[in-house]
Design a protein around this ligand. Structure first.
Ligand SMILES: *Cc1c(COP(=O)(O)O)cnc(C)c1O
Length: 377
């Protein structure tokens, strides 16, 4: 039996297949078990099912190899994000997006109102505004591309400015994924995922993760999980690892589809604006090209129609599902402002489109069919 290999040297497409496997031994399993245990015989390093689990460890190891640090799995992306904020002392100043993922923005608004944190809500896509907000802050909370406007944040520049000012820097890497960017390699302290999305990729579970390469920080986050108690179920961890095996190939295919559909949408007179950093005409194209390895598989576009017509269009698609969430093999879209918590900077007629792995011509035919059914001219 061969020696274990150095996973760090592999490309992402190989890492997702090879990482998080049990040690090789004769008749040893290729896959980890779904470890259903609340407790363990005394004398070991784990001790209790809230402190550790064999199935979590396998998925954590795989995400660690992808992100270049050490990973903690949580029950959801929001649980992981909450664990990050829980490290800050009462009244700490944090710089964050005024139009990022609505779950995070809503949580930060609540923490700000109750004075647990002092949040400086800014436009992260404006690099000067962001850097000017850093002095006196303890944490810089970043997200790029921003969800749902798909603005690209200048991560290399802003992370460097945050670190130079002695700020802790966390990056939500859910939309870009480790295939396109590695926040830790850019100097961030924590890279966050809603594992619910691209990493697991089948819209069948909710999980989150944090990865850091700072051992002391890892220890504090682990304590937050241990006593906050937002732990993953072993079955969810197992099925997420199974999904992760095809993450690279899914992402590549979705991204190709997204590029093609963004091009076709931008030539359609019924669409007033296509937001996709892969388009040469997109305001963020140059910045995205400068540090990302691809443009992702999310497109947002504004339809020249009333809110009612846009709702009807979303409801009329047959192959594309009208639902929230993103990052699955199936294409999903929705009118974002149907959510009361969505930022007012998001136009009422904007559709956020998570492009899946279906045949691109079938997707295009469905978009045309939906536009026609909603009588959009
Ligand atoms: C979905 C999402 C989250 C929240 O993750 P859950 O797994 O739903 O808790 C956080 N950030 C981004 C960018 C997301 O898209």
């Amino acid at each position: 039996m061969s020696e274990p290999m150095d996973l760090e040297k592999l490309a992402t497409e190989s890492k997702v297949v090879a990482a998080g496997r049990p040690a090789k031994q004769p008749d040893g399993a290729l896959n980890p078990p779904i470890a259903l245990n609340s407790t363990f015989h005394e004398g070991g390093p784990v001790g209790y099912g809230r402190y550790g689990n064999e199935t979590w460890s396998a998925l954590e190891e795989a995400i660690s190899v992808l992100e270049g640090g050490k990973t903690l799995l949580f029950s959801s992306g929001m649980a992981a994000i909450s664990a990050v904020f829980s490290l800050l002392p009462e009244g700490a100043v944090i710089v964050a997006a005024n139009n990022g993922y609505q779950g995070t923005t809503t949580l930060l608004k609540k923490l700000n109102e109750s004075e647990k944190l002092k949040v400086r809500f800014i436009n992260l896509a404006n690099t000067d505004e962001c850097i000017a907000a850093i002095p006196g802050a303890q944490m810089l909370y970043l997200e790029s591309p921003l969800n749902p406007l798909l603005e690209v944040v200048d991560l290399p520049k802003i992370i460097a400015a945050g670190k130079a000012a002695g700020c802790g820097v966390a990056v939500d890497n859910t939309l870009a994924t480790p295939l396109l960017q590695n926040p830790l390699a850019l100097g961030a302290d924590i890279s966050i995922h809603s594992v619910t999305k691209y990493l697991s990729g089948h819209s069948d579970l909710i999980l989150g993760s944090l990865t850091t390469n700072d051992q002391a920080l890892y220890g504090r986050l682990e304590q937050s999980r241990r006593y906050g108690g937002a732990i993953a179920g072993p079955f969810e961890a197992w099925i997420a690892l199974r999904g992760l095996r095809t993450f690279a190939i899914r992402m590549q295919r979705s991204q190709e589809n997204a590029m093609e559909l963004a091009n076709r949408l931008s030539k359609d007179s019924r669409i007033s604006k296509v937001r996709y950093p892969g388009l040469a005409t997109d305001s963020y194209h140059g910045l995205a090209k400068s540090f990302m390895k691809g443009f992702g598989a999310m497109i947002s576009f504004d339809v020249k129609a009333s809110v009612e017509q846009v709702d009807l269009m979303c409801n009329s698609s047959k192959l594309i599902t009208n639902a929230t969430s993103l990052g699955g093999v199936e294409s999903i879209w929705e009118r974002r402002r149907r959510w009361a918590t969505e930022s007012e900077t998001v136009p009422e007629n904007l559709i956020r489109f998570s492009v899946g792995i279906e045949n691109v011509d079938d997707l295009w035919a469905d978009i045309q069919q939906a536009l026609n059914t909603a009588k959009i001219k």
